[in-house]
Design a protein around this ligand. Sequence first.
Ligand SMILES: [Zn+2]
Length: 385
Amino acid sequence: MRCVQITGSDDRMDCRDLFSDPINPLPRKCAECGFPDLDFVPQPYFLVKSRTMSPNELALAENGNFLIRERMRRVLDLLAPGQCTYFPTCYKGTSEKTPWLLAVPNHQVATARVDPSIPRCRTCGEPRCAHPGTQWSEMLFGRPPRSQSRGDGWTAHSDHEVLKSATWGSSERGWDQWISRDLYTSVRLLHLLKKMKAKGFYEATCQSPVTPDKDESAWIKEKLQLLVESGVPSHPAGTLSDDDAKWFRKFLKTHARQGEQEWDIKTAEKRVNAKLPKSYVDFVTAVGPTSFENIDEQEAFTASILPPTELSVGGFAEDCEDEESRAVNGLTFATTEHGDCFCFDVQKGRKEYAVFVFKHEYNLLEPYADNFAACIRRFATARDS
Ligand SMILES: [Zn+2]
């Protein structure tokens, strides 16, 4: 299958500055020239904490490796089983785990030949330097130049969905300045990830990006279906699915009151010390605080959406007995007549928050909906049916 080289953000989580100052240094492999053991994976593997907070789910790491969040791990487990080895990562200088895994592709491919005139180490045979632009004499694995027609001359073919270069590139002045290897994925995998709204990987090209051909498109369609059936969320946490977003827009339009209501959102956010999800703000602006009756087909189970001025922080989650409930950073946005309430699990960096219901009889919080829009959809389902 066709493969393309991957590029990503220059703000590397495992590097203070791009191409220099790695925070997980590699041991020497050659006693003579000091060339590093490029296949060594330092443990623990440290990441810069502030950079781990990006909402992306994919990121490049040193040496042709990459970093992924849990949802992407599930995708790769299903579509490219055994093609990577995964390692936990920790916040720099701590033993605290981050939500990212380091993925090391198990398959390597020689992507170029280094200019034979570059001096090599007598012991390990590695060249002193290998700049991709000026010191690689021949490309062995790559996308054909624009002049060649598609299919012909495409040398980046592999049986693997994910792989990295065995060949390394470096500064023209020596590998001790900076050294890197390249990451490749199949065209079809890259485009499938795009369809799943996973952010962080781009095709490295100065040409127009490749579009999947007929076979690749058929594979993408088939595998997206497989992922849905396997319960892998089709959109990243903290966003609305296309389906929910469409339903919600229609609901707001149908239930909008005459004249939008003005709320001082900034003041409300300041008071509860959290950014309010866009779907909630859109709802109270267009529809206003309202009640949903007989939700989940329970007689007299009425949920009343609170206005921004009445949202309230915590007050119950701390008293819950189970750890999962206490981990929820609760912001109540809907109350019921019998003591249960609905809250957001406020997480920094997210646009939408997961919704939990507080069951006062059991003194615990249960997951209720992916986000506010999905929650309203669930509330309204009883009303519509
Ligand atoms: Zn050497």
